[in-house]
Design a protein around this ligand. Structure first.
Ligand code: PBG
Length: 304
């Protein structure tokens, strides 16, 4: 009766990796229980997610071809776009969020356009806008830019407004750190940078004040939900964000956080179910209103 924080299925957002083909389930080695799924399989899993009471999913695309511009990102017949249409038709009632970023679509694996050896921030904005508009044309309910280019929230917001999509909210990956905990994701999304790293656009882990400035900028540009990512090593920033801004805060329980718990569980080193609930409860207690987690469907099923 006096418990202060309770997890519920509607706290969660379930991520999916959509790959080309039919009947494809390609397990991600570093994320036991997670697989790249072709559109038909995503539809199946999305139904299980909805039936467990999880209100929303976020889609990442693995295209069949990559190029320097990442042009598959705005292909209206791309994996993500087709998945959106199929899920809308066959699994109504689920909120479909899309991750907007170039790293899965570019042959160099960076989150924006490369000029020389550097990411060209401003030239990347136009590409991200094209990607976001294509997702919304396909029926996405919300877009979530994760690239960390400066100005992308404002650019996407004005493009959506101009194209008659002023009702589509933006969940901004605002305080996104250059983190070792994304390692397994880069295998899942086949998005590891081919040279250099993401430190020119993602944040330096020691910087909490800067994280608050990044959040303030994104809110100014029109973000509706702001995200702290990763979650576990940044619980202080989730708390600060919630108290300083009092807007909906999302936290991403990222691939490496999932992998650690699964690995320990599979090896019998920890009670996996208890550890999972403890971690997710802590993220909520810190102030997260929404938690993106690969555990979403499984935990929601156990909570019902
Ligand atoms: C794309 C993106 C990444 C994640 C979400 N969107 C990877 C990265 O920035 O390298 C990480 C998610 C996870 O680790 O679970 N930019």
């Amino acid at each position: 009766m006096v418990r202060e924080t309770r997890l519920a299925p509607d706290d969660f957002i379930q991520p999916f990796f959509v790959c080309p083909g039919r009947d494809v389930r390609k397990p991600v080695a570093a994320m036991p229980g997670v697989a790249q799924l072709s559109v038909d399989q995503v539809v199946r899993e999305a139904r299980a997610t909805r039936d467990a009471g999880v209100p929303a999913i976020i889609l990442f695309g693995i295209p069949s071809h990559k190029d320097a511009l990442g042009s598959a990102a705005w292909d209206d017949n791309g994996e993500v776009q087709r998945a959106i249409r199929e899920i809308k038709e066959h699994v109504p009632g689920l909120v479909i969020i899309t991750d907007v970023c170039m790293c899965e679509y570019t042959d160099h694996g960076h989150c924006g356009l490369i000029k020389g050896r550097e990411v060209d921030n401003d030239a990347s904005l136009e590409l991200l806008v094209r990607e976001a508009l294509s997702h919304v044309r396909a029926g996405a309910d919300m877009v979530a830019p994760s690239d960390m280019m400066d100005g992308r929230v404002g650019a996407i917001r004005s493009a959506l407004d101009r194209e008659g999509a002023s009702h589509i909210p933006i969940m901004a990956y605002s305080a996104k750190f250059a983190s070792a905990f994304y390692g397994p994701f880069r295998e899942a999304a086949e998005s590891a940078p081919q040279f250099g790293d993401r430190r020119s656009y993602q944040m330096d882990p020691p910087n909490g004040d800067e994280a608050m400035r990044e959040i303030a900028l994104d809110l100014d540009e029109g973000a509706d939900i702001v995200m702290v990512k990763p979650a576990l090593a940044y619980l202080d920033l989730i708390y600060r964000a919630k108290t300083e801004f009092n807007v909906p805060i999302a936290a991403y329980n990222v691939s490496g956080e999932y992998a650690m718990i699964r690995a320990a569980g599979i090896n019998g080193w920890m009670d996996e179910e208890r550890a999972t609930l403890e971690v997710l409860t802590a993220i909520k207690r810190a102030g997260a209103d929404l938690i993106l987690t690969y555990f979403a469907t499984r935990v929601a099923q156990s909570l019902r």
